[in-house]
Design a binder for this molecule. Structure first.
Ligand code: HEC
Ligand code: HEC
Ligand code: HEC
Ligand code: HEC
Length: 127
């Protein structure tokens, strides 16, 4: 391979890396569903910033929690972790599996607060 080609590849790789690391929750409009093999539904709508503002959610631990011995810690959050880092595909003891964790968290609050979507197609839009 010519040296200039190698340089091009390196600089493309580098710009992808820079782009990826500049991405934050502020740009989020959907939940990343790529962790599910063969997703059955479109990825759920979730505009992180707009949603949390409209819903008046100030505390990150409503969703990004940390538990110790089954008790949620009120002064620690897990904003640096994906849900999938703790929630496996299948439930394990008191830790719900990933899909269940999302549904309990999202639909659970929508039901409890009588606001926000509960029907499948309101979150998983038809593509
Ligand atoms: C209504 C639930 C909810 C609330 C409240 C919430 N988040 Fe999130 N946040 C999410 C979900 C869901 C994701 C996607 C997680 C995943 O893909 O595993 C996410 C992702 C993130 C990410 C990771 C983005 C990336 O690079 O992948 C960061 C950082 C983050 N949130 C920060 C915050 C902060 C800071 C707060 C409080 C000011 C907050 N969040 C409040 C649900 C919430
Ligand atoms: C650092 C690990 C960790 C991360 C990250 C995490 N969880 Fe959890 N989650 C747990 C544990 C442990 C439990 C079980 C608590 C218990 O023993 O009752 C739990 C329980 C839950 C429950 C059931 C109890 C409740 O609070 O309603 C839901 C729903 C849930 N998680 C959703 C989520 C979502 C959605 C995300 C991502 C935004 C997430 N979790 C991120 C560790 C984590
Ligand atoms: C702690 C409460 C709470 C949690 C957790 C929560 N929501 Fe909501 N959500 C709300 C409320 C309240 C509204 C209505 C806000 C309004 O009046 O516009 C809403 C509205 C929405 C809407 C419609 C408005 C919009 O922003 O497009 C969608 C879609 C939505 N939620 C998706 C989700 C998803 C996906 C999750 C889980 C990752 C989630 N929500 C978790 C409280 C919550
Ligand atoms: C409040 C929003 C919300 C509602 C309502 C909702 N889901 Fe989900 N669902 C999610 C989120 C968030 C995920 C995590 C990954 C994603 O975005 O697809 C998920 C994941 C899934 C998955 C696993 C990933 C896949 O595509 O295979 C399935 C299956 C699923 N939902 C089916 C349903 C069905 C069926 C209904 C109606 C009975 C429903 N969902 C209602 C938010 C929602």
């Amino acid at each position: 391979m010519r040296k200039s080609n190698i340089l091009t590849i390196v600089s493309i790789a580098l710009s992808v890396f820079i782009f990826a690391s500049a991405w934050t929750q502020e740009d989020m409009e959907n939940i990343d569903n790529s962790i599910f093999d063969n997703p059955q539904r479109s990825s759920s709508m979730f505009n992180h910033e707009e949603h949390n503002e409209a819903a008046g959610l100030e505390s990150c631990i409503e969703c990004h929690h940390v538990y110790e011995d089954g008790v949620r810690l009120e002064d620690e959050d897990s904003t640096d972790f994906a849900c999938a880092e703790c929630h496996e595909k299948e439930s394990a003891g008191s830790i719900p599996g990933l899909m269940k964790a999302y549904h309990l968290n999202c639909k659970g609050c929508h039901k409890a607060s009588d606001a926000g979507p509960i029907m499948c197609g309101e979150c998983h839009k038809k593509e």
